[in-house]
Design a protein around this ligand. Structure first.
Ligand code: DX5
Ligand code: ZN
Length: 221
């Protein structure tokens, strides 16, 4: 496993060719497939659900699938994603009534679990559940859409989250999502982040494996 994980968000993929897009981005060196689930309720957009996750597994995708739930409520859909082959499942703590229970449901299904913090959400939500966290995901945009501008205040929050993880002594990835590009990824890494989601920076025209590789290589460098 790489020290820094690159997780392209398939929100920016050409959905008419999703299998091919995922194959290309993995062949280009991506570590993880970031899978954005939006319900037009918790966030003002609607995307894909467990059936599409299962379709990617049936298509032959063996890489970890990182399911980012932007849905409310949370618990009812967790089992479906476990059955569909999710590897990581993360959710927004304010979108569920019982954060600890939702984390337990994910872990009981054999998936890695994590909490997602919007730009305004306090890290306090993590404090009493650190033993159940495999990922802390910091949103560096307001959730709902790809292609938004990175919110720089999240860099201080990342340092705070890194401290929280290190002090708790847990094996937990610090992930960032939103507006990550080749030209800001170094700053992000220096703030303590070790799992980078990037959608529009990677999955763009000309949509070839070679072009994806060029961006991923530049990010890693
Ligand atoms: C936004 C999603 C992100 C998004 C990132 O709600 O969670 O994963 O696709 O896209 P970019 O990298 O374009 O900001
Ligand atoms: Zn996401």
């Amino acid at each position: 496993m790489n020290d820094y994980l690159i997780a392209p968000s398939i929100l920016s993929a050409n959905f008419a060719k999703l299998g091919e897009e995922v194959d290309n981005v993995l062949e280009a060196g991506a570590d993880v497939v970031h899978f954005d689930v939006m319900d037009n309720h918790y966030v003002p957009n609607l995307t894909i659900g467990p059936m599409v996750c299962k379709a990617l597994r049936d298509h032959g995708v063996t890489a970890p699938i990182d399911v980012h739930l932007m849905v409310s409520p949370v618990d009812a859909i967790i089992g479906d994603f476990i059955d569909a082959g999710a590897s990581y499942i993360t959710f927004h703590p304010e979108a569920t009534n019982h954060v600890d229970r939702s984390l337990q449901l994910i872990k009981a299904g054999g998936c890695k679990a994590g909490l997602v913090f919007n730009p305004h959400t306090s890290l306090d939500y993590a404090k009493y559940v650190t033993d159940k966290l495999d990922i802390i995901l910091l949103m560096s945009v307001n959730p709902g859409f790809g292609g938004q501008a990175f919110i720089p205040a999240v860099l201080d929050k990342a340092k705070e989250a890194r401290k929280l993880i290190d002090e708790a002594g847990i094996d937990c990835r610090l992930q960032i999502d939103g507006g990550v590009k080749v030209d800001n990824i170094k700053e992000v890494a220096e703030a303590g982040v070790d799992m980078m989601v990037a959608g529009s920076a990677i999955l763009k025209e000309p949509r070839t494996m070679e072009a994806y590789k060029e961006t991923i290589d530049a990010m890693r460098a």
